[in-house]
Structures are given as structure tokens and as C-alpha cells.
Ligand binder design. Structure first.
Ligand SMILES: Nc1ncnc2c1ncn2[C@@H]1O[C@H](COP(=O)(O)OP(=O)(O)OP(=O)(O)O)[C@@H](O)[C@H]1O
Ligand SMILES: [Mg+2]
Length: 261
């Protein structure tokens, strides 16, 4: 099957990965890129909420169940086929996108067999979509270990703090060891106060080698995102004219090659 692009968002806790993942999905939908697969790879499971849908079964749950019921699976159904079916069932379908939730990572014990089958299935699943968007926990190693997909576009997200920028520095370093297959790196500086853009860019340049990034986007702190969070509104439905979303899509539209290419 042809490779379909996989976009992953990484960064320190709380910097805006889930918010920017939702914005990315919304952008792709508005561009008519369909179907999109959204993957929540953060064990704390938040993406469904900002996308305004309920989550079903998680991959972590399937992994546990398969281990504990392994003996109960009828011999007539090979384990591989059983897991394939379960992965299909774990996909929550919505009008413009589907969502897969990874859930909690594995507990103690050996899961190699189940994990390998799951990885193959996930890999195959993502290839059935035009684009996959993965909302990750901080590190790169999780992405390849948990989803089995090579990442084509990595969106590094930081808020204007030294800690968040340092986290990205380590992600970049780990990235060099774990994978040389990331083709494109983008940097998003999120929640930047009005008038502080230059100062934040300077701070970023002091910690990160900005030449490693194809482009850098600056997203303002936006009270509309704050309100949506408090009201529990979906980021796919709130007014698209809000400053943070406009800044984000302005950035994506300014890229020489679309992120979905
Ligand atoms: N540009 C913005 N303006 C205002 N609030 C924002 C902005 N971006 C994100 N937020 C808010 O900041 C908080 C953290 O954002 P988000 O949940 O997207 O971060 P995260 O990196 O996914 O966090 P976690 O690591 O906990 O999953 C949320 O309350 C979100 O609504
Ligand atoms: Mg999150």
C-alpha cells in the first residue's frame, strides 16, 4: 500500500500538543483531505474531548484483554485475525475523521507477541487514511514503539518557557538516535503573549538549533481557547476566526509543501 503521511506532535506536558493536534485535524478537514485518522498516543487520553467525541476501546485495553483472555480465544480464530478485528472495533468513526486511542502503555510482563501483532495492524490501518495525526507524549521513542509508523512531519510544540524548549532539545537529540526517518520538522511556539514574539524567538534560538526546522510558527495566547476548555467545547466547532487558529493555519499555509503532501 502507498505510504500516507503521518504527522506527529511532540513537546513537554501542557504546552498545547492536544490543542495543536485538534487544529491540525481541523485544518486538514477544511482543506478537504479525507479521511483523517487521529491517534491519541498520550496515556492521559484527551484528544477525544477537544474533538467533541466519545472514545471507545483503547489499544492498551485490547492488549491487556488479549493477554488475559488468550486462552479463551477459540482455536478457529488465529490470534492475529482476532486482534485485527479488535483494532477495527477500537476506531471511533466520526463524520470527517476517525479516532484511535492508544490508552495506557503496557504493564509489567512480556507483551512482545501481542505488541508485534498490534503494530502490524496499526501500520496497516494508518495506511488506509489520507493522513494520520498523532498527539504524542513527549518522546520520539514512544511513537515508533507504540504505533510502528515512521513520522513524516514532526511538529515540535513549546510554550514560552525554558523548560519546554529544553524538552524539545532532548527530543531532537533522542530523535537522532532513534530515527533518521523524520523528513520534516516544524517548530510551534505556542501561547506567546502579544508583543513578546521577538523575545520568545530569541530564547528559542538560544536553546534550539533553529536551522533544524523547516519553519517556525508563533501562536498567540488566546482567551477563546481558554473559554472552549472551560466550556468543554470542541475545537473543531468553535469560531474559526479566533486568533490562535488563524495564526496556526496561516503558518501551515505559508509552508512551501503542504503538511499533507
Ligand atoms: N494558544 C493558546 N491560548 C490559550 N490557551 C491555550 C493555547 N494552547 C493551549 N491552551 C490551553 O493550555 C492547556 C494545555 O493545552 P493542551 O492540553 O493542548 O496541552 P498538551 O501539551 O496536550 O498537554 P498534556 O501534556 O497535558 O497532554 C489547555 O487548557 C489548553 O486549552
Ligand atoms: Mg495533550
Amino acid at each position: 500500500m502507498p505510504e500516507s503521511p503521518c504527522i506527529a506532535l511532540v513537546g513537554k506536558g501542557g504546552v498545547g500538543k492536544t490543542t495543536m493536534s485538534a487544529f491540525t485535524i481541523r485544518y486538514l478537514i477544511e482543506k478537504g483531505i479525507n479521511p483523517v485518522l487521529a491517534v491519541d498516543a498520550d496515556p492521559s487520553v484527551c484528544l477525544a474531548g477537544v474533538l467533541g467525541i466519545e472514545t471507545g476501546e483503547t489499544i492498551g485495553g485490547i492488549r491487556e484483554d488479549t493477554r488475559s483472555v488468550a486462552k479463551g480465544i477459540p482455536d478457529t480464530i488465529p490470534k492475529q485475525q482476532y486482534l485485527e478485528l479488535k483494532v477495527q472495533e477500537a476506531v471511533t468513526e466520526s463524520r470527517d475523521f476517525d479516532l484511535l486511542t492508544m490508552g495506557r502503555p503496557e504493564g509489567p510482563g512480556c507483551y512482545c507477541f501481542v505488541n508485534n501483532i498490534l503494530r502490524d495492524n496499526l501500520d496497516r490501518l494508518t495506511r488506509g487514511y489520507k493522513v494520520t495525526v498523532i498527539d504524542c507524549e513527549a518522546g520520539l521513542e514512544h511513537i515508533s514503539r507504540r504505533t510502528g509508523r515512521d513520522v513524516n512531519v514532526m511538529i515540535f510544540v513549546a510554550d514560552p518557557t525554558v523548560k519546554a524548549l529544553n524538552t524539545l532539545k532532548s527530543v531532537l537529540e533522542i530523535g537522532e538516535e532513534v530515527s533518521n526517518k523524520i523528513l520534516r520538522r516544524l517548530l510551534i511556539l505556542n501561547r506567546v503573549p502579544d508583543g513578546k514574539e521577538e523575545k520568545v524567538l530569541e530564547a528559542a534560538a538560544g536553546i534550539l538549533d533553529l536551522k533544524l526546522f523547516e519553519a517556525v510558527g508563533v501562536i498567540p495566547g488566546d482567551s477563546a481557547v481558554f473559554d472552549a476548555e472551560l466550556e468543554g467545547s470542541s475545537l473543531l466547532n468553535i469560531d474559526s476566526s479566533i486568533s490562535s487558529y488563524q495564526a496556526y493555519i496561516g503558518f501551515l499555509n505559508s509552508l512551501e509543501h503542504p503538511i499533507s503532501a
